[in-house]
Design a protein around this ligand. Structure first.
Ligand SMILES: *Cc1c(COP(=O)(O)O)cnc(C)c1O
Length: 378
């Protein structure tokens, strides 16, 4: 029995060990320290933004961005339905209303026309839309040409949830550089990890400094503990920032590896009733980071649950796509603009093992298993 093949396991080498050990030995074990500062600078430079704030999670980064933009009860935030719950939870923490928007079938990213329709409808009804959020799903940037210009024309700030898309670009611009602020995640299964962590990015120094203050219990700059607003304990520790700096030195190689895994799947499974998301539309996947390779089963006779159970039985971790937020019991009361695109991707889609630490043998095992499963279920 070989080891289980995971979806997206952390890819850690001696490089990271050295960074973490050096941080431990430096004595900077507390949150804050030279590795946090350096990590913020290095990520900001990589993404091409002026300011960065290292945090305990990507969810925290979204939460602080939304708070700064004025999200609170009585306001609304428009966001994609096809996403991980963290995008919606960050809105819910602020008390603002979550308004969900359907996706495009080609790649699962938000439909830009629907996003604007939702913004316009809410505003016509007199609701204050404090932000629109995009999510660069599975490592593929949204169609920002249209989204940016439409939102700018209406004066609605954009928050980019780039938790899945570090290293991806859109027309040469890095994911994480769009909108008023963007959030990255360094959770264990993301394209690079600090075990748990995130970062808020922005060109706006005022926004970042406000978020920095909120992230450290909103302490005022006086000698005693003085507080005029409610704060949070959201900072990243220096040890974890050191891990992130090690990972950052290997980011390009890890992305290349995910690309080659994607190509292997697409080529080897071309004859099966599978449509790989984001691979064959007009805009190909060359500028994606290929965080996860996802496919939709294009046969009514094959149930994705059976395929996933079959793979599970062979020790392969594959998963459903995100279940859309407007179908989640906790969010069904939220408004939704769209039809059944996200729902049908969820009903027929699956996410394949895509981690950069997977070997060619692992991928061949997945390919053979998927081929068996799809042929036996056909
Ligand atoms: C992972 C993820 C997050 C949350 O990041 P954490 O660091 O786990 O808090 C937010 N949004 C999306 C789309 C994600 O995939």
């Amino acid at each position: 029995m070989t080891d289980r093949i995971h979806l997206s396991k952390a890819d850690i080498t001696e490089v990271e060990e050295e960074f973490v050990l050096a941080a431990l030995r430096s004595g900077w074990v507390a949150p804050l320290g030279p590795d946090v500062d350096a990590f913020e600078r290095e990520v900001a430079e990589r993404v091409g933004v002026r300011h960065a704030l290292a945090l305990a999670s990507g969810t925290a980064a979204l939460h602080l961005a939304l708070l700064d933009l004025g999200a609170r009860p009585g306001t609304a935030v428009v966001l994609p339905s096809m996403t991980f719950a963290a995008s919606a939870n960050a809105v819910a923490y602020t008390g603002a209303e979550t308004v969900f928007v359907d996706c495009q079938v080609e790649d699962g990213n938000v439909d830009p026309d629907l996003l604007i329709e939702a913004v316009d409808t809410l505003r016509a009804e007199g609701t204050q839309v404090v932000a629109a959020m995009t999510v660069d799903l599975f490592g593929r940037a949204c169609d920002y040409d249209q989204i940016e210009s439409d939102l700018e024309a209406r004066g609605v700030p954009l928050v980019e949830d780039a938790a899945e898309s570090l290293g991806a670009t859109y027309r040469g611009r890095p994911a994480g550089s769009f909108g008023a602020a963007a959030a990255l995640s360094f959770n264990g299964n993301k394209i690079m990890t600090t075990s748990g962590g995130g970062m808020l990015l922005s060109d706006d120094s005022r926004l970042i400094e406000h978020a920095r203050k909120l992230s450290t219990q909103a302490r005022e700059p006086v000698p005693w503990y003085e507080h005029t607003e409610v704060g949070y304990n959201y900072r990243m520790s220096n040890i974890l920032a050191a891990l992130g700096r090690g990972q950052l030195t290997r980011l390009d190689r890890m992305i290349q590896r995910r690309h080659s895994i994607r190509r292997r799947y697409v080529e080897a499974l071309a004859d099966l009733p599978l449509r790989f998301l984001g691979v064959r539309p007009e805009r190909g996947d060359e500028s994606d980071n290929c965080w996860l390779t996802t496919a939709v089963i294009e046969s009514d006779r094959i149930d994705v649950n059976d395929v996933l159970a079959d793979l599970e039985g062979r020790g392969i971790e594959a998963r459903h796509l995100w279940k859309p937020m407007h179908l989640q019991p906790v969010y069904t009361s939220g408004r939704f603009f769209g039809s059944t695109h996200g729902e049908s991707l969820f009903r027929r889609g699956l996410t394949l093992p895509s981690g950069s630490a997977l070997t060619d043998d692992d991928i061949d095992t997945v390919i053979a298993a998927l081929r068996d499963a799809l042929i036996s279920l056909r």
